[in-house]
Design a protein around this ligand. Structure first.
Ligand SMILES: Nc1ncnc2c1ncn2[C@@H]1O[C@H](COP(=O)(O)OP(=O)(O)OP(=O)(O)O)[C@@H](O)[C@H]1O
Length: 343
């Protein structure tokens, strides 16, 4: 997969890896950012919600780099700040203090128009609830981000991705005619289609049975190995995290563990020592939440209209998409609900 060149920006940034200031405008000529192995990073990132007595510190001076061509899993108990970190990294939420960079561009200094542009050009999203447009076919959903950003369609790349995710026979189906696993594979293909610098995946297997989870996670891992894709994935599931090259554990808004190429057993051990996670414990003892659908297609259409639990920040991505979709699609293929078009 052809990797992005570093982008031109007028901002100056400091990599926590090197501690050296660098002018991002020079990166375009030296291509320094494609060599330093870092696709995105946060520097002294804090996020608080509320004020005075009701203040909640979701992220507490976090410094973290995400490797290019790596799959990084973010784990941690409920409320530890996983989603907030991912949303700040993806430009879906605004830091209270500190900085966020993607491809050397300072996300934390961007206005709304620049953020929208960044999300369209550099970032792919995969959500727990799939967020496919129900009125579009699988093929149309996969191609939608390119239509929105008016990018040319690389048919060879499309054919390759569709083959890898095993959707060749399902391209004409709408989401309601696909299983949950198939819908998430459509979402994976959609995220990959625009060749984003980094894919942010928020509990991508949270609504899937274990077989479908394995398929989706294998695809994500293969996309890292075969195409150098960079992926940051939030998950509660140690099994899902074991597909990652690196596993970070958050607790109370701080990174408490940083594991490289950990085994499933090592992740379990660390997770137990950290006090575990009630959501994971609830699902343990037979994969109860997910096994009901295993071996059949009972999850057909499960995701439709299932985005009500999304934070406003995530819905913003959908609004970006919908504004453009109105001009990029014919009237018969327009989404009916703006939040359903989150890409
Ligand atoms: N919009 C908000 N307003 C107020 N508090 C918030 C908001 N979003 C998150 N928080 C708080 O910030 C903290 C971190 O939340 P976050 O959603 O990032 O945690 P998480 O680790 O992703 O949790 P979960 O695993 O349950 O999704 C929590 O205490 C949460 O209640």
């Amino acid at each position: 997969m052809a990797r992005h060149s570093a982008k031109i920006s007028t901002s100056t940034n400091t990599s926590p890896a090197t501690g050296t200031a660098r002018d991002a405008s020079s990166i375009a000529t030296t291509d320094a950012h494609t060599d330093d192995g870092v696709v995105a990073y946060a520097a002294d990132l804090s996020k608080t919600y509320g004020t005075k007595d009701a203040i909640v510190t979701a992220l507490d001076h976090v410094n973290v780099e995400f490797g290019r061509g790596q799959m990084t899993a973010i784990m941690g108990p409920s409320g530890s700040g996983k989603s907030t970190l991912m949303h700040c990294m993806a430009g879906l939420d605004t830091p209270t203090s500190g900085q966020v960079f993607v491809e050397g561009l300072e996300v934390s200094a961007m206005n709304q128009r620049q953020l929208t542009d960044l999300r369209r050009k550099e970032i792919g999203f995969i959500f727990q609830s799939f967020n496919l447009v129900p009125t579009l076919t699988a093929e149309e959903n996969i191609l939608l981000p390119l239509q929105i950003s008016r990018k040319p369609i690389d048919r060879a790349w499309f054919d390759q991705i569709v083959k890898v995710v095993g959707l060749e026979q399902r391209l004409g189906h709408r989401p309601s005619q696909l299983s949950g696993g198939q819908q998430q594979r459509v979402a994976c293909a959609r995220a990959m289609m625009a060749r984003p610098s980094v894919i942010f995946a928020d509990e991508p297997t949270g609504n899937l049975d274990s077989r479908s989870s394995r398929e989706v996670l294998s695809f994500l891992r293969d996309s890292v190995r075969d195409y150098g894709q960079s992926i940051v994935m939030v998950t509660h599931d140690p099994r899902a995290a074991s597909y990652a090259n690196r596993v970070l554990v958050l607790a109370d808004g701080q990174i408490t563990q940083d594991m490289h190429e950990p085994t499933y057993e090592q992740i379990l051990q660390v997770f137990a020592a950290e006090g575990g996670d009630e959501q994971h414990r609830a699902a343990e003892g037979g994969d109860n939440q997910r096994s009901a659908a295993e071996g059949n297609d009972e999850q057909h259409g499960a995701a439709e209209g299932n985005d009500n639990n999304q934070p406003d920040a995530v819905k913003q991505a959908g609004q970006d998409a919908t504004e453009q979709t109105e001009t990029a699609t014919t009237p018969s293929t327009q989404p009916t609900d703006s939040s359903e078009a989150s890409l």
